[in-house]
Design a protein around this ligand. Structure first.
Ligand SMILES: *[C@@H]1O[C@H](CO)[C@@H](O)[C@H](O)[C@H]1NC(C)=O
Ligand SMILES: *[C@@H]1O[C@H](CO)[C@@H](O)[C@H](O)[C@H]1NC(C)=O
Ligand SMILES: *[C@@H]1O[C@H](CO)[C@@H](O)[C@H](O)[C@H]1NC(C)=O
Ligand SMILES: *[C@@H]1O[C@H](CO)[C@@H](O)[C@H](O)[C@H]1NC(C)=O
Ligand SMILES: *[C@@H]1O[C@H](CO)[C@@H](O)[C@H](O)[C@H]1NC(C)=O
Ligand SMILES: *[C@@H]1O[C@H](CO)[C@@H](O)[C@H](O)[C@H]1NC(C)=O
Ligand SMILES: *[C@@H]1O[C@H](CO)[C@@H](O)[C@H](O)[C@H]1NC(C)=O
Ligand SMILES: *[C@@H]1O[C@H](CO)[C@@H](O)[C@H](O)[C@H]1NC(C)=O
Length: 626
């Protein structure tokens, strides 16, 4: 569902419809993909069909070498160089809602000079289910990752997460439907949990097997059983029977009958059995133990009774297989959940009555809390942002942005909302990443952002006014880009904004007045180095916004006004002069009338002269004369 890369499988419907109508129950949904294959492939011995993934756009197809004989007999793989981004996903549509066993096999690129053991993480439905550790190629039960998951949205998503050592490479993906109550272990089972396969042992059996080889029921998920012939060399022994076993292939798990036909049993010197395996500390494990009384020496109830201990705690007391299963050669399955704090899990079978203990098979799953996904709206907004900013391929940005928590998208900060049980994006940090492109209005779909930093890129175009709707925004750093146009008035609505760096762009026009007021409250805004911002303290005051024509008009108007002013002054001056002259004439004879260049001195002289005699005349021109 998420991500650009998507495998469209139009033939799914045909596959489902092809289920034989004669069966009481329809065949489970099963989808197998041969990664990197150009054609659909059939593999022996069961002629299993694997679909090609050639329409898939990510990664690089190549020829594969298979590190283990249990890897399906496929000859291609797909690998994902880091240059295509750290997270690469298959998103497979058309998967009916239900419980699935999802499994992926790893392989090696068939090239002598290739770094031959890539280490990477695998997630299913956003939850990490595997982290390859070095040496995986040497262990049959580590060349694949498998988990039981609930698929609720018709889309199975499987992602490979680079850890920096080699390029993730996968041979196959299987999505196999299992029973709706498969591996029910208690109230925590279900949508909220994923069972990661840690170990699946067939005891006393010399050969590792898949269900298909056991002719197991198809609702079991085609399990792989690793084989073990002894837990402690020379302290225990193998046992097997050719008798058929009853109650094996029962709902909900449909175990293969063959699983119960072999066992490991104790010896007279060492009657108890002990199996120890390495586990990750501080996890909960679901342990499933399989028994069938196949020992010809034990024929009735009460002849073999034992306790089962896990890491020293007695978990099952007085286990009597015949009593509990009802018969000899009848399957008995016990399951329990253990919290393990250390790095090992030891399962001990301690005889109470009779001589020796027995075990036919062991399954251990890690109970993983399924990750909650990121808000669908926010993922959509991020995808648009990714397109708008033309994010380079190396970013990836595939799968879910926030989960698995071990591998969030780079440049993104996530916050969990426990009310809505989803993740939201609260920070975008994409400074100095060489981004081009522009900002699309859809960025406002990221309603929960506290901070955006796109500083030091080459982003062009305007600042979307929709940013003003991200009410929580505290930090906005768009400095050193090529943003142009004006600062949208809506940014003034961002009342939480504490830091606004718009310096080093080509912005122009009036800064929203509401931002100016904010500066008084300790906010830090930087508007320097732009094409021409104005209007708040520290920036030039804004002139009226005018066209070239208007400017010419204004200039013309100013000239006319000036001219008028000059003319008025001249008129006024002339009039004033006339008045003065009239006064002088009136005062006495005017000998100086022709000497205009000495006008004021002459007037002064005249005044001194006429002091006391010409009151009315001097009163008319005091400002001019003083
Ligand atoms: C894979 O092998 C086939 C022949 O087996 C060859 O034609 C093809 O070029 C190889 N592909 C790559 C990517 O090496
Ligand atoms: C596993 O054990 C739980 C609790 O003991 C029990 O309720 C459940 O039915 C068991 N599951 C199966 C499939 O037997
Ligand atoms: C293990 O299970 C217990 C009880 O269900 C739970 O409280 C605890 O958080 C779980 N631990 C882990 C690591 O999931
Ligand atoms: C979680 O979402 C609810 C509903 O949208 C909202 O009211 C609440 O504030 C959010 N909590 C956090 C911590 O974001
Ligand atoms: C934005 O990112 C750049 C480069 O990563 C950094 O130098 C700058 O301090 C950041 N701005 C803010 C406001 O944190
Ligand atoms: C982004 O916004 C544009 C117009 O505002 C709209 O047409 C487009 O559908 C939006 N894209 C997404 C992914 O929401
Ligand atoms: C902003 O720049 C783009 C090109 O980078 C140009 O097409 C657009 O007209 C400019 N807008 C303004 C308001 O200057
Ligand atoms: C604002 O940005 C300019 C560079 O564009 C820088 O020189 C100046 O120091 C910044 N001012 C503040 C207060 O950070």
């Amino acid at each position: 569902m998420l991500g650009r890369r998507r495998l469209l499988l139009p033939w799914l419907l045909a596959l489902v419809l092809a289920a034989p109508a004669s069966l009481a129950r329809p065949a489970p949904f099963a989808l197998r993909i041969s990664c990197g294959a150009r054609e659909d492939v059939h593999t022996p011995p069961t002629n299993t069909l694997w679909f090609k993934d050639f329409a898939y756009t990510g990664g690089i197809p190549n020829n594969a070498t298979r590190p283990s004989f249990i890897t399906p007999a496929l000859n291609t793989l797909r690998y994902f160089p880091l240059s295509e981004g750290p997270d690469n996903c298959y998103s497979i549509d058309g998967v009916p809602i239900g419980h699935y066993s999802v499994r992926t096999f790893f392989g090696l690129v068939k090239q002598p000079n290739f770094d031959n053991e890539p280490l990477f993480d695998v997630s299913v439905e956003g939850t990490q289910i595997s982290s390859l550790s070095s040496g995986w190629t040497n262990h049959d039960d580590q060349v694949f990752a498998e988990a039981r998951v609930f698929i609720a949205d018709n889309t199975a998503s499987l992602c490979l997460h680079s850890t920096g050592h080699g390029d993730p490479a996968i041979v196959s993906i299987e999505i196999l439907q299992v029973d709706d109550r498969a591996y029910y272990f208690g109230p925590d089972w279900g949508r909220g949990t994923i069972l990661r396969t840690v170990k699946r042992l067939s005891c006393g059996n010399g050969k590792a097997k898949f269900d298909s080889d056991y002719s197991g029921d198809q609702w079991g998920g085609d399990r792989f059983w690793d084989s073990v012939t002894t837990f402690r060399l020379s302290y225990d022994q193998e046992s097997f029977t050719k008798e058929s076993i009853t109650q094996a292939s029962l709902s909900p798990n449909y175990y293969p009958e063959g699983l119960y036909q072999t066992a490991i049993i104790g010896t007279s010197q060492q009657p108890d059995l002990e199996y120890t395996m390495d586990v990750d500390p501080n996890r909960n494990y679901s342990v499933w133990l399989h028994f069938a009384e196949i020992d010809t020496l034990v024929t009735g109830v009460g002849q073999r009774v034992f306790n089962i201990l896990m890491n020293g705690d007695t978990i099952f007391q007085d286990v009597d297989i015949i009593k509990m299963s009802g018969d000899r050669y009848a399957a008995l399955v016990l399951n329990t959940t253990v919290a393990v704090s250390g790095r090992t899990l030891t399962i001990r079978f301690l005889p109470k009555v009779g001589d020796i203990a027995i075990i036919n098979a062991i399954e251990v799953f890690e109970i993983v809390m399924a990750e909650s996904k990121t808000s669908v709206d926010e993922v959509r907004a991020l995808q648009t942002l990714k397109d708008g900013l033309m994010l380079p391929l190396r970013f990836g940005w595939n799968g879910d942005p926030c989960v698995p928590q071990q591998h969030p998208w780079s440049g993104i900060d996530c916050r969990f909302n426990s009310t809505r049980n989803n993740w939201v994006i609260d920070g975008l940090g994409l400074g100095n990443q060489g981004l081009r492109g522009s900002l699309l209005p859809n960025i406002s779909g990221l309603h929960h952002l506290l901070s955006i930093n796109l500083s030091g890129n080459s982003i062009q175009g305007p600042i979307p006014s929709s940013l003003g709707t991200i009410a929580s925004l505290e930090i906005l750093d768009f400095s050193y880009n090529f943003l142009n146009g004006s600062i949208p008035e809506s940014l003034g609505q961002l009342t939480s904004l504490k830091k606004l760096n718009l310096n080093g762009n080509s912005l122009s026009g009036k800064v929203p007045a509401a931002l100016g007021g904010r500066l008084l409250h300790g906010a830090s805004f930087n508007f320097t180095d732009n094409a021409g911002l104005c209007g708040i303290p520290g920036l030039p005051t804004c002139g009226p916004h005018l066209s070239a024509g208007a400017k010419v008009g204004i200039a013309f108007g100013a000239c006319v006004t000036l001219l008028l002013l000059v003319m008025c002054s001249v008129c006024w001056w002339k009039r004033r002069q006339n008045i003065l002259r009239a006064q002088q004439i009136a005062a006495r004879e005017a000998p100086y009338a022709k000497k205009r260049t000495h006008f004021s001195r002459d007037i002064q002289l005249a005044r001194h002269h006429n002091h006391g005699h010409a009151h009315s005349a001097t009163e008319n021109g005091p400002s001019l004369l003083s």
